[in-house]
Write a protein that binds this ligand. Sequence first.
Ligand code: 2Q2
Length: 323
Amino acid sequence: SGCNTSSPKTPDDSNGGSEVQDDTVYEFRFGHAADQNNTWHKAAMKFAEEVEEKSEGRINIRVYPNEQLGGEIDNITAIQAGTADMVLSGESLQNFADIVGIMSTPYLIQDSDHLQAVINGEPGQRIEQAIEEGAGLKVLTYFERGPRMLTSNKPINDINDLDGLRLRIPNVPLFVEVWNEWGARPTPMDFSELFTGLQQNTVEAQENPLALTRSGGFYEVQNYVNNTAHVRGWIYMLIGEDQWNELPEDLQQVMIDAAQVAQDYEHQLFLEDEEAVYNFVVEEQGLEFIETDVTEMIQVAEEYYENNFSEEYLEMYNMIRDL
Ligand code: 2Q2
């Protein structure tokens, strides 16, 4: 199980009770969906460098962008099987631990401050615990994301324009439910298959923060960015529990410190990138920006939560709303 380890030398056990130098090299394969220019990738590379340096080469991390280790769910099952070790993932973990879906409930989180309070408060703790128990993954850190926005080939002025819209979503059960409720026809699909899906008109729309819309090149096959801003969310940097537990304590500390460095670095890049990515998609690529009226989308979603959420979901929903 776990990471690939290699011992260049056989530990010499002839020296009695004295400490044996542990020269195991831990090798971790770290996959994510974004392209090489995305802040996720830059931060993942920063993490890898930092870990390599501070561990003096005892940990080696290879980062695989563009879902090279498979789509998000496959990457996670590969970690569980020991053929991959790390991933960036979030609400898709609902497939392993139901309550995790709450982290991306449309129109629940209001802004960046609210988001920080959720992550650092009791809801965040519960979500992390559910991820550990349900998916066998340990949270190392998180990256804040821009609001998810719908892109399409027709303007979406309000909920009526969603009627029958063939839309790609990530594999998140709550997203399927809410988009259905809004009248669209959502289909879960891997991120790396989405460009072709749009090009071949298997789907006609998708929703993501603008940074991933740029990563995937979707501006080439979409004409409108609709300011739905339906989810304010974040993504976790995760490592398999088995892989984590194989690390001696001093190397665990190296990973924790490096994750903090990566987070600070990513957050700075994220703040700088928010305007740049809007300019890129709207000004440079010429997608038309639509100020969607989301009033009814919010009403329909809230009514759905009230009538369909489990007790556990409602409790978390209220806890987050009141933060
Ligand atoms: O649309 C996507 O594929 C990405 O934005 C993310 O993978 C998505 O936010 C979730 O699947 C994260 O778990």
